[in-house]
Design a protein around this ligand. Structure first.
Ligand code: GH3
Ligand code: MG
Ligand code: MG
Ligand code: MG
Ligand code: MG
Length: 314
């Protein structure tokens, strides 16, 4: 019998807990009524949701970036700013374009409610409201927003993050790595001589190869790694909290696994290889931004191509 490996078990349990947590909506509350805020926070948290109260509206953009809420619950009337002011402020930032905003207000006047909704909000709930109604409203809004987000940010063929989305992640993760003084690794991968695959077996077989590599990447990288389709047959992976050597080992195993995959078209069997470049923020100057890190990974990838392909360079 195989002995139980305690650290594997612990990391498995952590992954389960994290997954459960991330399945729950993250909600940000903005209301000048502190007592009501605390009560709602308790209630929503008792349903498993993650809740943050915004205390100072002047910090809204940084707090939104930090907490990444999936829904904003917004009071209409506050001493310094109105709910509409805040909704407008939020929508000025393109990254919050699709964030659901729900007003929660004692305003019963229908004209006023309608007017408020004109300013880019999604719903209007009238206080007092039952906990059941509030919770079901939050859940359904967040569910729908996630589906839309999925459609917008994921690539259709592979289900991986699209180019623009993975770049946003790179910016954010680099900021976090610098703040927390951890290492961030970035990997760029590209299928070798892919034009030949298309030319020999056809474009749709080429698509199958791309989708198969994407599935391999999804399975082999960890839950915390971020995988995107950077271009046609080119992939970008962001590995938070990872040293270059560790990243290298993972991607080199993937390189081998990919070269061992067998594809078939017109009764012919064939296989493919990939090349990769792997870099780590801790080996590079602090002033480099995420785009420059990606460029450096791309240079390492080019190095692999130049040296004969089917290899990983650092
Ligand atoms: P190298 O080893 O130097 O990377 O050679 P390569 O042939 O892979 O070179 P390159 O990156 O220039 O060619 C990539 C090809 O991938 C060109 C393009 O027609 C094809 N491609 C891009 N996107 C897709 C796609 O979604 N499906 C398919 N089937 N082919 C694609
Ligand atoms: Mg108020
Ligand atoms: Mg290629
Ligand atoms: Mg390419
Ligand atoms: Mg290097």
């Amino acid at each position: 019998k195989k002995p139980i490996n305690l650290s594997e078990l612990v990391s498995h349990l952590e992954a389960v807990v994290n997954e459960e947590k991330s399945a729950q909506p993250r909600v940000m509350l903005i209301d000048d009524d502190k007592e009501l805020c605390s009560l709602m926070k308790l209630e929503l948290e008792s349903q498993g949701m993650q809740v943050s109260i915004l205390h100072d509206v002047r910090n809204i953009v940084s707090e939104l970036n930090e907490f990444r809420p999936e829904l904003l619950l917004l009071d209409m009337e506050m001493p310094e700013y109105s709910g509409i002011d805040i909704a407008l402020l939020v929508r000025q930032n393109v990254q919050f374009e699709s964030l659901p905003i729900v007003y929660l207000s004692a305003e019963r006047n229908l004209d006023k409610q309608t007017e408020a909704l004109l300013f880019d909000a999604d719903d209007f709930l009238v206080k007092p409201i039952s906990n059941e109604r509030l919770i079901s409203s939050i859940r359904s809004r967040v569910h729908r927003a996630r589906n839309l987000e999925q459609l917008i940010s994921r690539d259709g063929l592979t289900g991986l993050l699209k180019h623009a989305t993975i770049k946003e992640h790179a910016d954010r993760e680099l900021m976090r790595a610098r703040r927390e003084k951890t290492a961030l690794s970035i990997i760029m991968l590209d299928i070798d001589h892919f034009k030949r695959v298309n030319d020999t077996y056809g474009h749709s077989t080429g698509d199958t190869v791309i989708a198969s590599l994407a599935a391999l990447l999804r399975h082999r990288f960890r839950q915390t790694d971020i995988v995107g389709r950077y271009g046609g047959e080119e992939f970008l992976v962001i590995l938070p909290n990872t040293q270059e050597q560790e990243a290298f080992k993972i991607v080199d195993r993937i390189r081998i696994a990919f070269s061992e995959m067998e594809f078939s078209a017109d009764n012919q069997k064939f296989s493919c290889t990939l090349s990769a470049g792997c870099i780590c923020s801790s080996h590079l100057p602090d002033q480099m931004d995420a785009s420059e890190l990606i460029e450096t990974a791309d240079k390492a990838l080019y190095e692999s191509k130049r040296n004969g392909r089917n290899q990983v360079s650092t």
